[in-house]
Design a protein around this ligand. Structure first.
Ligand SMILES: Nc1ncnc2c1ncn2[C@@H]1O[C@H](COP(=O)(O)OP(=O)(O)OP(=O)(O)O)[C@@H](O)[C@H]1O
Length: 304
């Protein structure tokens, strides 16, 4: 599969604090990849390095397999929306896009109407920017990215602050760009469920480190089940679980309940392990895992 973005040990330090720890990341053609992390995880810093707005402290970025000067050239095939662009409040959508088109000097004038149609703003093009809803403003930002007909879009929190309608509109637009225009997309959010219906891949970032990288299928699988146990001695059960599976993820809840988020397929084995070692298992059941909880555990859970 073609690789659009590849980073090698990409690192960013601010005042001796490593905001992005050496990071290897690849984005493959056709993906809609969600970068998920809470505020301050390093998403914008990572995107700004990709966009050339911040110099990496160390490491390398390749676009379309090109490095160095050729990479800088290849960056032109990408569209970045890192912060909401500084549109003129009193200009209409067309006037704003015309301003940027001339400034960048890249495309024919008719492209403005094309991109407004793609983002479904063609019938609102005479409205002034300040009268647009948040969702319309974001779509105009995406229209600006599309002016140069990029092969890949990198969008930092495009649905942050939008209402449900706005979120659905952006989701529909990004799916259309991916499926009909074959545009590869890297998009960030601090809320997993916002991107759950959109992305084909989910990369979780915490303190500048990628802590998980899941396909949609993996995520659906993970979201399906967790084990819930009611035992007489949670401390002993926790000790036995930790010894038997060194990467086990579990939580101890009130009322003698333990929930286990991974090794779900080994449910029978876990049950036997506890019973054989003298823990009384009063209840054992598989239950659906709340995705939001999984995400919070992953990006906010205790440091290992
Ligand atoms: N120019 C800078 N100088 C010093 N620290 C910075 C600078 N830019 C970002 N940081 C710090 O780097 C960390 C990561 O910030 P970043 O904006 O990349 O996070 P984020 O995941 O995009 O979160 P958010 O959604 O809040 O923007 C934060 O602790 C932030 O304070």
């Amino acid at each position: 599969m073609d690789t659009i973005i590849q980073t090698y040990q990409l690192k960013k330090t601010f005042k001796e604090v490593e905001i992005i720890k050496p990071l290897d990341f690849s984005l493959r053609k056709g993906e809609i990849c969600a970068l998920i992390g809470k505020n301050g995880a390093g998403k914008s810093t990572f995107f700004k390095m990709l966009a050339g707005q911040l110099m990496p402290t160390e490491g390398d970025i390749h676009f379309f397999g090109k490095s160095g000067k050729e990479m800088t050239q290849s960056r032109k095939r990408m569209g970045f929306m890192i912060e909401t662009p500084e549109f003129f409040p009193d200009f209409t959508a067309t006037q704003n896009l015309e301003y940027f088109r001339i400034q960048r000097g890249v495309v024919e004038k008719k492209r403005i109407y094309e991109v407004l149609q793609i983002v479904d703003l063609a019938n609102q093009q005479k409205k002034r920017f300040k009268d647009y809803s948040m969702g319309m403003k974001q779509r105009l930002g995406i229209a600006l990215c599309l002016l140069s007909s990029p092969d890949c879009l990198v969008l930092d929190e495009p649905i942050n602050g939008l209402d449900a309608k706005g979120i659905i509109e952006i989701r529909k637009l990004l799916l259309k760009l991916n499926q009909e225009k074959q545009i590869t997309i890297l998009v960030s959010s601090h809320i997993l469920t916002e991107l759950q219906l959109l992305a084909t891949r989910f990369v979780f970032i915490k303190n500048g480190v990628i802590v998980d990288d899941l396909s949609k299928e993996d995520l659906d699988e993970k979201s399906k089940k967790q084990i819930q146990l009611k035992v007489d001695d949670t401390a002993k059960a926790a000790q036995l679980l930790g010894r038997a599976y060194n990467d086990i993820q579990f939580k101890i809840l009130p009322n003698h309940i333990i929930t286990i988020q991974n090794h779900v397929e080994a449910g029978g084995e876990i049950n036997r392990l506890l019973i054989d070692n003298g823990v009384l298992v009063m209840e054992f059941r598989m239950e659906a895992l709340n995705l939001e909880e999984y995400f919070l555990e992953l990006v906010e859970g205790n440091e290992k």
